[in-house]
Design a protein around this ligand. Sequence first.
Ligand SMILES: CC(C)(COP(=O)(O)OP(=O)(O)OC[C@H]1O[C@@H](n2cnc3c(N)ncnc32)[C@H](O)[C@@H]1OP(=O)(O)O)[C@@H](O)C(=O)NCCC(=O)NCCS
Length: 172
Amino acid sequence: MVTLRAARQSDAPAIARVHVESWRTTYAGMLPDSYLLSLDVDQRTVFWARLLKPRGDSVVVAEDEKAGVIGFGSCGPIRPEEQPQSGDGWLGEIYTLYLLSDWHGQGLGRSMLDWLLQRLRARGLDRILLWVVEANPTRFFYEAMGAKVIARRREPFAGVLLDELAYGWSPS
Ligand SMILES: CC(C)(COP(=O)(O)OP(=O)(O)OC[C@H]1O[C@@H](n2cnc3c(N)ncnc32)[C@H](O)[C@@H]1OP(=O)(O)O)[C@@H](O)C(=O)NCCC(=O)NCCS
């Protein structure tokens, strides 16, 4: 059985493992192999441990009773550099949402996203945005979750130029 809960600092190594594994499966062919191969679970563990200390309540983990942590997502106030140039005053941001590929298609992505959206709305951050690589078919998941394309950009990342779309949820 899989349950969702707020992350604890002790989850950092498990989140880092899912992070590296899911980046490799998600971005193969979109980001250079050399970059994906260089992702390092120990480095990511340090990153997540630092972040979870003050902000664990904005990070969700999906945990299977046998397999352990199989997915995670994070959210918070929009980072200034992620605000679209149109400057529409987006307030909240989904920073990450990743689930190991063996666990796709069971409704867990929807549940994790709902958890994050609720967390942001409870803080009054009710105009919520996320950026996704246009070539990533996951963008159709966000469309299925009711988000609308509200901006696009071309960003340098890991030595390549990525076309990205911003999806937004506004209060109705
Ligand atoms: C995004 C992700 C978390 C979705 O998780 P999931 O558990 O597979 O999705 P769910 O099973 O909850 O799907 C919910 C709905 O979205 C739809 N959906 C999911 N992925 C989809 C896709 N790629 N294209 C179209 N629809 C999709 C499902 O069919 C389902 O629709 P339904 O409610 O009508 O049946 C998962 O695909 C993932 O981890 N992807 C790789 C990582 C990634 O790209 N993260 C985003 C970076 S911005």
